[in-house]
Design a protein around this ligand. Structure first.
Ligand SMILES: [Zn+2]
Length: 190
């Protein structure tokens, strides 16, 4: 369970990332802490017996917990932190914007676009069938949210390439355009 630093509080509007291109953010303070190993079971941190993950976000508690090992890998730390920050953005996005993102991914999926912009979305996508978007199943909604967070990490973490950026370039453009149109220069609420 070591090292287990005390959570550090930070204010989204003052958040910047060395090496990243984080857009303006807004919202109440969040806390960031570290643990290793980071074990999660049924949405809660556990001392043993859970699934080992790199990161976990607790939306109501406004807490992000990262695996301590990420501190030695600044690029990966940025990518995973941006992904987690955008879980908070997804929560505040509002239904019309969420529906529009879902529709974008449904078009991609119907066109059999391969690859993703992170493993988190990719393994979920691999389990989907055409019935999932059609019925808006929990599996589909889970994928849609993870693809949103992975796309944000691809856009804002300052990584030109990464082995998990496998979505073909022609499908990356509409995703980038969606983020630009959706947020423009407005601060993104977390
Ligand atoms: Zn996620």
């Amino acid at each position: 369970m070591r090292p287990r630093s005390r959570p550090r509080r930070f204010i989204p509007s003052r958040c910047s990332l060395d090496g990243g291109q984080l857009p303006a953010l807004t919202g109440a303070p969040l806390r960031l802490s570290y643990r290793t190993p980071l074990l999660v079971r049924r949405g809660a941190l556990v001392a043993r017996g859970g699934k080992e993950v790199h990161a976990a976000s607790f939306l109501r508690r406004r807490l992000i917990v990262l695996d301590s090992g990420l501190r030695r890998h600044p690029q990966e730390w940025r990518r995973i932190l941006v992904h987690e920050l955008f879980h908070f953005a997804w929560l505040r996005l509002g239904n019309p914007a969420r529906a529009s993102w879902r529709a974008l991914l449904a078009r991609e999926f119907a066109a059999r676009a391969r690859g993703e912009l992170g493993w988190s979305a990719e393994w979920r996508k691999a389990r989907l069938t055409p019935a999932d978007p059609a019925r808006s199943t929990p599996r589909w909604r889970d994928y849609v949210c993870e693809a949103f967070c992975d796309t944000a990490a691809w856009l804002y973490a300052g990584l030109a390439r990464h082995e998990e950026f496998t979505l073909s370039h022609c499908w990356r453009k509409p995703r980038r355009r969606w983020f630009i149109q959706q947020f423009g220069d407005r601060a993104i609420p977390l």
